[in-house]
Write a protein that binds this ligand. Sequence first.
Ligand code: FES
Length: 141
Amino acid sequence: MAPRATRRTVLLATGAAALAAGCGSDGGNGGDGRDGDGGGAPPDTAGQELISTADVPVGGGTVLADEKIVVTQPEEGGFKAFSAICTHQNCVVADVADGTINCACHGSRFRITDGSVEQGPATRPLPEERITVEGNSIRRA
Ligand code: FES
């Protein structure tokens, strides 16, 4: 009598192992690769060329909408960069004119010198982005 019980035990154990293997495979295929894109990307983009110095007007700036960065040149040869995401409600700022970085969504304006608020409704400055100037290229630091 004991051998029959042993065979059943073996079959049940095998079936359980097969089910477990199946579940494992399904779980492995369920990942969508999204777990790597959180939290900004300074290591991946460091050194990336953003714009030529000639494309940033003195006393003004240029919005790089795809990069979500605005590069300014308050004084000749002095370049700064800020996040182009408005601190009010996260619109990408529209343009740079008359010494300010301007958001078209609700009219906030930020100074090209330090990203501080010139006119609300935004209350917080645009965060500064780190850049380097190499020859004629402005790159992410
Ligand atoms: S999102 Fe820029 S002013 Fe509101």
